[in-house]
Design a protein. Structure first.
Lengths: 628, 117
């Protein structure tokens, strides 16, 4: 009885791992001490003091010094060629915890409203024990919720909120596994792997790693890439004949014009084709099994998230187009599965939104408006955060382009990773994804972007010339810029992503008081609600009311109308600090509107205060006053 | 070391131990959060590994763990979904099916020494 052992990665330059240099030791101490200072400093952050600029302006000297020490540790480890994999892993682990556990360390309760909503969907699915009528889109893509529901059932955890707080730490830890595999496949030096992982963590301002289907689907996406790379990768140059012909003709023209040097032997390809790295070591039966399992993973993915299967499909198509995938059937199967789930199971959602979705295809002005113009709006400090996010993304994009170009000049065989990086862009002219598609494209391109950007960092650190110190300083500045760009971008919405204990207690008090089907009204929906009785109440959001959005009614008139329609079943107006901050900072409500609405409601209705604190107040609307 | 102990230790512990840990923690009344971590570890390690070993597939460690976690996630998601759509969703049934798969892999894939020989 034997098992095929498939060593899939080529040997790469691991540097001198004998002994530990003082620099590496100092870097480790710096990182660990920095991490401790960072978390100690974060304990002084008060959520209610956060403003539109996010977490960065509120950080004290201890937290900032701690973060700088962590970055210095990263730089020193990267700069020292003798740093072994374990020391690099320690640095990356510290960075991961520093970034992903930060919010949980100063939040009194679970942050981010959507985490509560997802917890509520799981609660609903677990209580019902089955999925029948889809209440909303979540119930057409319920894979993540049933997966977590099974784990809750086995472990006896009452609700998902108990375990959701540290989801970013867990998910990012999981991401690093497939990422390191992919980077090892592409890198020629171990430092490029380390640098890529560092840039990935520093570039991930998107904050899609909270307790959500997207976070789990991203791990699956990266793992499917690993399967495509290790089991279905082609190193042949015969992709789509037309594309290859265009490339060949272009190369010949460029050579004739002197723009391109004649072909030299592809040293990287030779390394890739070493016996240990050949994907054809799988037997036919094993390849068939991997084929089936890859399709099963795609099915589970298609059942869990709307967007990620589409990304997998376009990445598969791109790999076929550039001749880097051996199995058109697998890609075809992935496309079919993604489409079939959307058409058959997602039909209720699609039928209600089909005209909107069709309208988006090819409508570049609409897509640009939803993804860019409408996002650069609101409070000036919030706009600064948005611009810094753009700058961080563009910086990583530019670095990645330089890194890709550098490797191309070295005749590295990067077509696989380049295709995976660029492919998500194909979705931009097709779908808006609620104005988030550009952000998601960046997120799905980040693995490749981070690797190529990391190549630049390593190149700067390895530069041997009289100006070597200048290049090293450049690398240090880049790491610093990325680090503080991340603090600004990732935690830029912290004023309304975090909740105080009061705000959570206010919602709990409302659930305790409210009869079934009572209406809950908020300004912008940014409350820690829906974690129970997911379909037990109508949850209305004033800023999304059509008459208000169209300008037909002012906010107070719209609020009174909505509340009046629900008086028989009961109605509640929830006023939360984070909700008001979100409404005002993102520009959906003018500053002061919330106070005017509350005053107007109190003037026209008989109300009872269900909960009151400096950060949250809940009014039960008992009846309309006479003559109002 | 007895033949029995030798048999136990020579075979892949990741097929048996995570599931045993889940059962032991459930029986001991450990905190739910700890039991959740154990359950997550089980689904990410055991079912995927069982499938790979039954198919005589073993990749280099990092790839192996990645593929194991991917397939474990997929198998658990699909079993849970099937149960939910069929009105027969019982989390312990999902666990039982996966652990049975792991036991089969543990019994029929031989010792690790033989596998890597």
């Amino acid at each position: 009885m034997t098992t095929t052992v498939l060593a899939a990665s080529k040997p790469i330059d691991v540097g001198d791992s004998t002994g530990v240099s003082r620099v590496v030791l100092a870097a480790a101490v710096s990182s660990v001490a920095g991490g401790v200072m960072w978390f100690a400093g974060l304990q002084r952050v008060r959520v209610e003091n956060l403003h539109a600029g996010g977490l960065l302006p509120e950080l004290g000297w201890m937290a900032v010094t701690g973060f700088v020490l962590v970055l210095l540790g990263l730089f020193a480890t990267l700069a020292d060629q003798r740093a072994s994999g374990r020391w690099s892993a320690l640095q990356i682990a510290v960075l991961l915890v520093v970034i992903t556990a930060a919010a949980a360390s100063f939040d009194a309760v679970l942050g981010y409203r959507v985490s509560y909503r997802h917890s509520g969907v799981i609660d609903k699915v677990v209580r019902d024990g089955h999925i029948d009528e889809p209440i909303d889109a979540y119930f057409s893509w319920p894979g993540f919720f049933t997966f977590i529901g099974s784990l809750l059932g086995i472990s006896g955890v009452d609700n998902a909120r108990q375990i959701a707080r540290f989801a970013p730490v867990l998910f990012n830890g999981l991401y690093l596994l497939p990422l390191s595999v992919l980077y090892r496949g592409a890198a020629t030096k171990r430092r490029e792997v380390t640098a890529g992982l560092i840039v990935f963590l520093l570039g991930n301002w998107v904050y899609q790693d909270y307790f959500a289907p997207q976070a789990a689907a991203y791990f699956v996406y990266l793992s499917v890439l690993v399967v495509l790379y290790h089991c279905f990768r082609s190193e042949r140059a015969d992709g789509i004949p037309l594309l290859e012909r265009i490339i060949t003709v272009g190369r010949r023209r460029a050579q004739r014009l002197g723009l391109r040097r004649p072909q030299r032997p592809d040293v990287r390809s030779a390394a890739v084709r070493s016996p240990s790295d050949r994907t054809d070591t799988l037997t036919t039966a094993q390849r068939m099994l991997m084929f089936v399992l890859a399709l099963a993973s795609t099915l589970a993915l298609a059942a869990s998230h709307q967007l990620t299967p589409l990304i997998v499909a376009v990445v598969g198509i791109a790999l076929l187009a550039v001749g880097r995938c051996t199995s058109p059937r697998l890609v075809g199967g992935m496309v079919l599965i993604a489409a079939a789930w959307d058409v058959f199971v997602g039909a209720p959602y699609l039928s209600g939104n089909l005209s909107d979705l069709l309208q988006q295809i090819g409508n570049l002005s609409l897509l640009a408006n939803e993804n860019v113009t409408s996002r650069v709006a609101g409070d000036p400090a919030h706009m600064t955060v948005v611009r810094l996010r753009m700058l961080l993304s563009v910086t990583i994009g530019v670095l990645a382009t330089i890194g890709w170009w550098t490797r191309m000049r070295r005749r590295s065989n990067d077509r696989w990773l380049a295709a995976v990086t660029i492919a998500p862009l194909m979705l931009f002219p097709v779908v808006s994804y609620g104005g988030e598609i550009l952000v998601r494209i960046y997120y799905f391109s980040l693995p490749g972007l981070a690797f190529f950007a990391g190549v630049v960092l390593v190149a700067l650190l390895e530069r041997r010339s009289n100006n070597a110190i200048v290049f090293r300083a450049g690398a240090l500045v880049l790491i610093g810029a990325l680090g503080f760009g991340l603090l600004s971008g990732r935690f830029g919405n912290q004023a309304y992503d975090s909740f105080t204990g009061d705000e959570f207690e206010a919602v709990v008090a409302t659930y305790d008081d409210a009869p079934s089907r009572a209406l809950f009204l908020s300004f912008a929906g940014n409350l820690p609600w829906k974690f129970e009785r997911y379909d037990g109440h109508p949850y209305r959001i004033l800023s999304r009311d059509q008459a208000f959005k169209d300008g037909d009614e002012t906010a107070d008139v719209a609020a009174r109308r909505i509340l009046r329609t629900a008086l028989d079943d009961g109605a509640y107006l929830l006023v939360g600090r984070a909700d008001v901050a979100y409404a005002e900072q993102s520009g959906v409500l003018a500053p002061g509107t919330s106070d005017a609405v509350v005053a107007s409601v109190l003037e026209r209705f008989n109300t009872t205060t269900v909960f009151s604190s400096p950060n949250a107040t809940v009014y039960r609307i008992d009846s309309a006053k006479e003559g109002s | 070391m007895t033949a029995f102990t030798s048999t136990i230790t020579s075979r892949d512990p990741y097929l048996l131990l995570p599931g045993l840990a889940v059962l032991a923690l459930a029986a001991s009344g450990a905190p739910p959060e700890l039991r959740f971590v154990a359950a997550l570890g089980f689904v990410l390690v055991t079912p995927g590994r069982a499938v790979l070993r039954l198919a005589r597939l073993r990749f280099e460690p990092a790839v192996d763990w990645t593929v194991t976690a991917l397939f474990g996630w997929a198998i658990t998601t699909l079993l849970s979904l099937a149960g939910a759509y069929a009105h027969a969703w019982f989390p312990w049934l999902v666990f039982g099916i996966e652990y049975l798969l792991a036991l089969l892999a543990w019994l029929f894939t031989g010792s690790r020494k033989k596998e890597t020989a």
